[in-house]
Design a protein around this ligand. Structure first.
Ligand SMILES: [Zn+2]
Length: 119
């Protein structure tokens, strides 16, 4: 049995044209190596852009795995949010990331082309 999160994650990935809900970077679902090759980045850098499912309402707050509550986010944004002491609400976190990106302070320079890559 696949985990119940697989399908909504897949749907969110495509609904968002393969881009992270927070930073707008391209992500990958299955092909880390191909993604690294295509964008001329290292395999370990590509790991940051693995597509993960983010719950807009956390499971502990009663959020479910239905598609209205799931967005696709890159592993880097997802991990960084969960490492924060008081994880901000998704829309606040998105604002925070967008302002960091505008200052060039989110992904390292070598990875910024993934954010600006044309759709
Ligand atoms: Zn991201």
């Amino acid at each position: 049995m696949p985990s119940p999160i697989v399908k909504p994650r897949f749907e969110a990935f495509h609904k968002q044209a393969g881009r992270c809900y927070y930073c707008g970077s391209l992500m990958w679902l299955n092909d880390q190596e191909g993604f690294a090759r295509k964008h001329s980045i290292s395999i370990s850098d590509a790991a940051k852009f693995k597509c993960t499912a983010e719950h807009l309402v956390a499971r502990c707050d009663g959020g479910g795995n239905d598609r209205s509550n799931i967005v696709a986010a890159c592993l880097f944004c997802n991990n960084t949010r969960h490492r924060m002491k008081n994880a901000p609400a998704p829309n606040k976190y998105k604002e925070h990331i967008q302002s960091r990106i505008n200052k060039g302070k989110w992904h390292p320079k070598s990875l910024q082309h993934l954010v600006s890559f044309p759709a």
